[in-house]
Design a protein around this ligand. Structure first.
Ligand code: IPE
Ligand code: IPE
Ligand code: MG
Length: 236
């Protein structure tokens, strides 16, 4: 199962506690650890977290710097935790605008966990689905014979994904907004969407279970009709 999460609401969480926004991001980073470990225990195969969108560069420089500092700290402290739990870490998104020290940190975390066979943890940084899709198109040559699986391979290349991404089964967005904000537009074609008011720093293992319970109740038809139900109403 592939779960993707738009981790939104850190700023409002901080505002409620009369703290600076960066304190909200710090609390958000702590929530990441708990949710990653809970997802791994539930045998989620892929977890993709939206940490920084390409649109987020438009925020004040101090906030952007604070977010990247937290991200570096996350890689520093959590790579060994990932190894212990056999979690394979992969940062997806653009790399041409990241600082050299962050880049080498990303590469060393990815290298260190490359053999891990448990959950795949993908963290989206400087990510824009529209940018990725456009970039695949830009790199096409007239002789390219594309089908869906080759397209997904190209998308993985553009996104620096270690492996082509499976389709998203469940997309969770915290913080109450009901939009995708340019996240995984291709991969979410048939995702179940789950929007929850809970602000990201308050999202925990129990909240994840509530989302999974809701997912279990959904009827995923993929365009088909449910013949067993038709039969049971006698109108088959
Ligand atoms: C999500 O929280 C974290 C990032 C976008 C990096 P926000 O910072 O967007 O929090 P709100 O939406 O302002 O509350
Ligand atoms: C989406 O949240 C991006 C991340 C969670 C990293 P935003 O707060 O940036 O999205 P908008 O501005 O509400 O669409
Ligand atoms: Mg937000």
């Amino acid at each position: 199962m592939h779960i993707a999460i738009i981790m939104d609401g850190n700023g409002r969480w901080a505002l409620r506690q009369r703290l600076p926004r960066t304190a909200g991001h710090k609390a958000g980073a702590d929530a990441v650890n708990a949710v990653v470990e809970a997802a791994a225990r539930r045998r989620v195969s892929t977890l993709t977290l939206y940490a920084f969108s390409s649109a987020n560069w438009q925020r004040p420089a101090t906030e952007v710097t604070g977010l990247f500092a937290l991200f570096k700290r996350y890689l520093h402290t959590q790579t060994s935790r990932c190894l212990e739990q056999s979690i394979r870490l992969n940062v997806i998104g653009r790399r041409d605008r990241l600082s050299p020290d962050l880049l080498s940190l990303i590469e060393s975390s990815e290298r260190a966990t490359a053999q891990c066979s448990g959950m795949r943890l993908r963290i989206a940084v400087d990510y824009s689905a529209q940018h990725s899709l456009l970039e695949v198109c830009r790199r096409l040559r007239p002789t390219d014979d594309l089908d869906r699986s080759r397209f997904v391979e190209r998308l993985a290349e553009v996104d620096h994904a270690a492996l082509p991404a499976p389709e998203v089964d469940l997309l969770i967005r915290t913080g109450g907004e009901k939009r995708l904000s340019d996240f995984l537009l291709w991969e979410c074609a048939y995702a179940e969407l789950y929007f929850v008011d809970c602000l990201w720093p308050d999202f925990d293992e129990r909240a994840l279970d509530e989302a999974l319970d809701e997912y279990e109740r959904r009827d995923r038809r993929f365009g088909r009709i449910d013949e067993s139900r038709l039969a049971s109403t006698g109108h088959g």
